[in-house]
Structure formats: structure tokens, C-alpha cells
Design a protein around this ligand. Sequence first.
Ligand SMILES: *Cc1c(COP(=O)(O)O)cnc(C)c1O
Length: 381
Amino acid sequence: MINVFQPSLGKEELSAVEEVFDSNWIGRGPKTDQFEKSFAQFLRVEHNHIKSISCCTEGLFQSMKLIDIQPGDEVILPSISFVGAANAILDAKGVIVFADVDPHTLNLTLEEIKRCMTPKTKAVCLLHYGGVPCEMDDILEFCHANDILLIEDNACSPVSQYKGRACGTLGDIGLWSFDAMKILVTGDGGMVYCKDPQLAEQLGRGIYLGLLSKSGYLNPQDNRWWAFDIDQPGRRAIMNDISSAIGLVQLKKLPGFIERRKKIHEMYDAMLQDIEEVTLPPSCGQGHESSYYFYRIRLNTTQLRDQLAFSLKASGVYVTFRYYPLHLVPFFDCKAELCPNATYAAQHDLCLPIHQSLSDSEVERVAQVMKQAICDLGVAI
Ligand SMILES: *Cc1c(COP(=O)(O)O)cnc(C)c1O
């Protein structure tokens, strides 16, 4: 089976984990501190804006608390979003306002934010689809002018850049995921950026039991080092030194991962460009950088898309569509006609396998199977 996503882990990660085992400190400790520092450096921001977290979904839930979502506050969310973002808004008793997406990039646009805005709009939670940055200048300016907070779900865009700045560090809060399906993986884990370092501090307490002081041996000044105080009923949602040690190795490998993904992107482009029924994914605008997380094609009919998906799967090529539009999920109880572009994408688009471990011959095989399937189906439909 050719997987649609796949982690790349090896001997270096194993020996980093072995080192942590040998240290007898597997909980949050020096490796986690180092991972946060290195990640901040990688994003070119100060360390005090960054906190590691157990997963990105937890970060989304925490974000609603950090920006103080109150019952009835509206949060604009593109329909093509990760379900955890919608869950986080509802959990905070906020109201989700589903926005449509750009038909080509599947990103949120300023026009949609304007259409969805009401006096109750408190925040926008966007994602950079597949790692291609949203048009941020317009969005940032508008949000700033209208006192709307901006959360960037940057789960899949670890290296994406908008005009030379790291995506995820442009708005008020940014979030990264290191789960098993992402580019940089640690098993589970994530990072949060807060524009306001005080918010990052508050988050640090919110994900570590609400503790105000360091406990145990990290607090050598206190002559009663077992004493503590808390300022809120905090949760426990931290990373540990085992996953952080893996993260440190993965961070070093990240540029190489991206280079390979970019190459695969180019290979697909070259091999699929002549197929009449296929629209290739949009490239990243000038001056920006993608993380090449998805390779999403568009077929000219739903029937062809569905049959192609089955044919590929039957030939051992796993394909998918991300993210199934949330306005179509009955639980969210939304009017479908408001997001025609998201609906169209869900009916016509397909994400092909793309991960850094794919060999040239596997990429060629995917393209070959696709061409053959389209050819066969062309006769059949
Ligand atoms: C994977 C993903 C998340 C959730 O990340 P976890 O670390 O698994 O909680 C959030 N947003 C997007 C866009 C994702 O792809």
C-alpha cells in the first residue's frame, strides 16, 4: 500500500530516545525546554512566545480560553477546517460562523470574513490549507481595524512563510501539530505561539495544573520545595522529554523533508498536467513558501472523482479528501448553500499520496495508475 501520509522516523530518533531513557527523566524536562527553544529559533521568534502542548487540538481548546470566548461570541471558521477547531468553539459556548473558502486554494478570504462578520464576531480561526499561506496582509489589517482576534491553525504548515514571516506567528495565536499524520512527528505533540508573551505564560499554567511556582527540584530556592500555589483549575496537557527528543531530531530533518515533498509536488505536476479531466493544485504565490502538505487535484465530475478514488485504492494507492466540510456535518446544523466552494471541493477533489519517504518510482506508479484509471473510466462513463 502506498500511504497518503507517512512519518519518517529512524535510528537518530531511536538513539535520542535511548539517551532520554538513560537520563532517568522521561517527563517534561531539559529536552522539552530545548525543543521549545529550537522551535522558537526556527520560527525566528523569542522563546517566551512559545509553549509546547500535548496536541494541537488541546491548543485550540486552550485558545478559546486565552481569547476569552464568552457564551454567544461568534468565531468565523472556514468550513474546510479540522473538526477539533469547531469542537473547541462549541466547547467554549461560542457560536461557529462557517465561512466559505477560495475555490482554488481552499483558504479563507477577506471577502468571506466580511460577509460573515457581525457585531458579535470575536475571532477568526483560519488554516493555511495544505501549507499554502492565506492572503494575510488584507486579513490582518481588517481584523486589527475591527478588533477581531486571529487564530492560525498552522497544524500542517511548519515551514510555510508569508512575505518572509513564519505562518503561525502572524496572528494572535498560532498552533502546530506533531501527530502521526503530520510532517514533523513526535507521536503526539504540538506547539502554541502567542503574540503576547503574558498569554503564553497563562497558557503554560493552564496546561500544567494551574501551578504558579515550579515544583520539586526545579524550585531549589524554596526551603519548602513541596509547597505550591495555583491561580486557576488548570489541566495537564504538556509534552514530555521522550517526544521532545524525537521532535528535536525531526526539526533538524525538516528542511530535507520539505525539499523532498517539493520535488514530489513537481513530479506530480509534470506527470499529470496533460490530463484534461484533472486540475492541478494552485502553487504558492510569489514571495511565499508552502509546506507541501497536500497534493490535491480536482476532477471535472464527482462520478470520476469517486471512481478514481476506488480504482486507486484497489491498486494499493490510498487517497483521501481533507478536510470534509464541517457545514455538511449534521451535528453542526448549518445551511449548506452558504459554502458552495467548500461543497464543490468535497465533491470533486482528491488528495494524492505525498510524504517524504515516497520514492520516485512510487510517485510514477501513482501517476500511472491514475492515468490508466481515467482512461478506463473514460470509456466506462
Ligand atoms: C491534525 C490537525 C489538527 C490537530 O492536531 P492534533 O495534534 O492531532 O490534535 C488541527 N488542525 C489541523 C488543520 C490538522 O490537520
